[in-house]
Write a protein that binds this ligand. Structure first.
Ligand code: ADP
Length: 251
């Protein structure tokens, strides 16, 4: 309960911070990066200051990346859900995912032949798959397989859920990482590589779609994420109340 409260306060604080500051901060960064580029062009090729200016440019790009992550995190309220099919979402983003994971990793899709109608924000669910793919890539530096499978399962009271199972054959994670994976700013990556926002964004999006996500992982063997999304039925499509307001994770 304590932990749940702490987590929800943290999520809320980050959300507010992101909404209030990220946009203005981005403008400041644009100025820094812009002047760094002008300086770079003005400096003679043999200037010893070139390297320093280059570092300013790299650091401001890194800060811009972090800001974009924060903006994505705070954008959780703005949803534009539509009726679509889970297989369709995967097929739409497939080529992009291939680029994300790179050529050493094989993308496998195992899609259920029947339609899995859902009422979701397409861009946001694509974002979920992209974030999962980026982490899978980082977990498989020597290559491997990244698999996206879809399924259908009962959800009690006659309801049903669409399931998306995303797995990799990467290095897996220890128990602490598994427990903290959805926490904003939690990262095990070296400075400059990870922001710790990818999975917090994933969690927020799935939560907002009234779905759920869980992780299982074996160090040395790989990781599997199971995402459940409410299936669009005649009743729910009439009510169209599939979209929940954002709530922070429950521990
Ligand atoms: P980041 O990728 O910036 O570190 P994330 O929120 O996306 O932030 O992930 C948090 C942490 O969870 C990562 O640093 C990593 O330790 C762990 N993680 C996420 N996905 C995987 C995965 N597929 N395999 C192993 N570890 C993972």
């Amino acid at each position: 309960m304590e932990e749940q409260l702490r987590q929800s306060q943290k999520m809320e604080a980050v959300g507010q911070l992101a909404g209030g500051v990220a946009h203005d901060f981005n403008n400041v960064l644009t100025v820094i990066a812009g002047y760094a580029n002008i300086l770079k062009m003005d400096l003679p090729d043999d200037s010893q200051h070139l390297e320093l200016v280059e570092q300013i440019a790299v650091a401001s790009e890194r800060a811009a990346q972090l800001t974009r992550g924060l903006l994505a995190f705070s954008r959780k309220q703005a949803m534009a859900p539509q009726q679509t099919d889970v297989g369709e979402i995967v097929r739409r983003v497939e080529q992009f995912l291939v680029r994300v994971i790179g050529e050493d990793i094989q993308l496998k899709t195992e899609l259920l032949p029947e339609r899995l109608p859902v009422f979701v924000d397409l861009g946001q669910i694509e974002q979920v798959l992209i974030n999962l793919a980026a982490n899978a890539r980082d977990a498989m530096p020597r290559g491997g397989t990244f698999t996206i499978a879809t399924g259908l399962q009962e959800a009690g009271a006659g309801g049903a859920q669409a399931v998306i199972i995303v797995s990799d054959t990467g290095k897996g994670m220890d128990e602490e990482t598994r427990n903290r994976i959805f926490e904003p700013f939690f990262t095990t990556k070296e400075v400059g590589k990870g922001t710790g926002l990818g999975m917090a964004i994933v969690y927020g999006i799935i939560q907002q779609h009234k779905g759920s996500i869980r992780v299982s992982s074996t160090p040395g063997y790989g990781t599997t994420f199971t995402i459940e999304l409410p299936l669009l039925t005649v009743e729910t499509s009439l009510g169209q109340d599939q979209v929940a307001p954002f709530e922070p994770p429950s521990g």
